[in-house]
Design a protein around this ligand. Structure first.
Ligand code: PLP
Length: 391
C-alpha cells in the first residue's frame, strides 16, 4: 500500500472488503455455470445471479429484466450507441451528444460517423451544461438517439436531465445517459424513469473491476437492444458469453452497500467536499470549475493560474493521488476536452486539478490535501517569472 493520500475516487475505488467476501465462495466452491441447467452447480450459480439482479433492481427502483451485465461502462456505452444505431437506422441516422462526454461516448460516436451516421456535438457553457434551446433546434425527425452525460466525471457537474428528457421525448427520439459517475453518489430513481438507457460500472462504486451494466427501460421481451456480442444466447441473447457470477454478486453487494446509507454518505461527502473546495479556493486567483447547483457530492475541480500543470502534478504525485482530467500519453499531452469545451483557456486547463473523495476519506485527509496543494502551488508560482510580473 502506498502512503499517499488517495483523492482520485472518480478514477476508481477500492473494492470494499464486504464485496470481496461476498464474491469469494463463487470462485472455488459455488463455481458452476449459471447456464448449466442439468445439475445443482448450475442451479446454485443461476440462483446467485438472480438474487443479485433482483437486489440491484430493487435498490435502483427498476425491473430486473431491464438489466444486462457487461464488462464495464465502456462496453455498455458501445452496446447502447451501436445497438440503437443498428436497430433504428431505417428511421434515421442522426445522433446528438455533447462535447463534454466521456471518451467512451465520443470515440464510439466517431466510429459511428465512419459508418455513415451523422453526429451533432452540442456545445456546453462555462458550467459544462448544454443549452435546452440549442438542443431543441438540433433535434430533427431523423434523430434516433441523444446521448447526454448525467454527472461529469471531471467536474462533477450534473445536467438538468428532466428538462432535457422532455424535449427528446416530444421529438420521439431515444435518450441514453451515461450515469456511471452518479451511481452510489446521488439517488438515481427519478433519472432511471426518464431515460431509455443508462450505464454503470462496478469499480466506481467500491465493486470489482470488469463488471458493468446496461439499463434498458423497456426490456421485458429482451428485444429492445440487439447484441453486438453473439454466442451462447445468454442474457436473453442480448450479450453472449458465460456470465460472471462472482463479479455480478460483488456488484450487487457494492450497490447494496452504497444504497444502505446513500443519504448519510451524500451529506458526509458534501461537507468534506465543501471544506476541500473552500480550502483550495483560498489560494490566490484559484477558480472552481464545478459550480452547477446540482453536482456530485465528492468532486472538486479547481484551476490555478500561473502554475505549470505538468510540474504541479509531478510534484503532487509524491504525496497525493489526484488527476487533472487530461488525456495523457507518452507522445502528447492534451488539455482536458471537457474544460476546453467549457471555454477554459488551454494553459489554465493544464493547470487544473480534479480531487475526488470517497468512502475512506477522512477530515484529516482533507486538511492535509489542502496544505499540500497550497504549498506546491506556491512553489510552482515562485519559480514562474510571470507570477512576479503579474499586474
Ligand atoms: N463513463 C464515465 C462518466 C466514466 O467516468 C467512466 C470511467 O472513467 C466510463 C464511462 C468508463 O467506465 P469503465 O472503466 O467501466 O469502462
Amino acid at each position: 500500500m502506498y502512503s499517499q493520500l488517495y483523492f482520485d475516487y472518480n478514477a476508481t475505488t477500492p473494492c470494499d472488503k464486504e464485496v470481496v467476501d461476498s464474491m469469494l465462495p463463487h470462485f472455488h466452491e459455488d463455481f458452476g455455470n449459471p447456464s448449466s441447467s442439468h445439475h445443482p452447480y448450475g442451479w446454485l450459480a443461476k440462483g446467485a445471479v438472480e438474487d443479485a439482479t433482483n437486489s440491484i433492481a430493487k435498490n435502483l427502483g427498476i425491473a430486473p429484466s431491464s438489466l444486462i451485465y457487461t464488462s464495464g461502462a465502456t462496453e455498455s456505452i458501445n452496446m447502447v450507441l451501436k445497438g440503437v444505431a443498428r436497430k433504428m437506422q431505417s428511421h434515421g441516422k442522426h445522433i446528438i451528444t455533447t462535447k463534454a462526454e466521456h471518451k467512451a461516448v465520443l470515440d464510439t460516436c466517431a466510429f459511428l460517423e465512419e459508418d455513415g451516421f451523422e453526429i451533432s456535438y452540442l456545445d456546453v457553457d462555462s458550467d459544462g451544461l448544454i443549452s435546452l434551446e440549442t438542443l431543441n433546434k438540433t433535434l430533427r425527425p431523423d434523430t434516433i438517439l441523444v446521448s447526454i452525460l448525467y454527472a461529469n466525471n471531471e467536474t462533477g457537474n450534473i445536467q438538468p436531465l428532466e428538462e432535457i428528457a422532455k424535449l427528446i421525448q416530444e421529438n420521439g427520439s431515444l435518450l441514453f445517459s451515461d450515469t456511471t459517475q452518479a451511481l452510489g453518489k446521488v439517488d438515481l430513481t427519478d433519472v432511471l424513469q426518464i431515460v431509455d438507457f443508462a450505464c454503470f460500472s462496478g469499480h466506481k462504486v467500491y465493486g470489482p473491476k470488469g463488471i458493468g451494466l446496461v439499463y434498458i427501460k423497456d426490456n421485458e421481451d429482451g428485444d429492445s437492444l440487439p447484441s453486438f456480442i453473439q454466442g451462447g444466447g445468454q442474457q436473453k441473447k442480448q450479450r453472449g458469453g458465460t456470465i460472471n457470477t462472482p463479479l455480478i454478486v460483488g456488484l450487487a453487494k457494492a450497490i447494496e452497500l452504497a444504497y444502505s446509507n446513500l443519504e448519510e454518505e451524500h451529506k458526509r461527502m458534501k461537507t468534506f467536499r465543501d471544506k476541500l473546495e473552500a480550502g483550495l479556493l483560498e489560494i490566490e486567483l484559484a477558480v472552481s470549475n464545478s459550480k452547477t447547483p446540482k453536482r456530485l457530492p465528492n468532486t472538486v475541480h479547481v484551476s490555478f493560474p500561473y502554475v505549470d500543470g505538468a510540474n504541479l502534478l509531478t510534484a503532487l504525485s509524491r504525496q497525493i493521488a489526484v488527476s487533472n482530467g487530461s488525456a495523457c500519453n507518452s507522445a502528447s499531452v492534451e488539455p482536458s476536452h471537457v474544460l476546453t469545451a467549457m471555454g477554459v483557456e488551454r494553459s489554465l486547463a493544464y493547470a487544473s486539478l480534479r480531487l475526488s473523495i470517497g468512502r475512506y476519506t477522512t477530515e484529516e485527509d482533507i486538511e492535509k490535501a489542502v496544505e499540500i496543494v497550497k504549498d506546491e502551488v506556491s512553489k510552482q508560482r515562485e519559480a514562474n517569472i510571470l507570477w512576479e510580473r503579474r499586474a
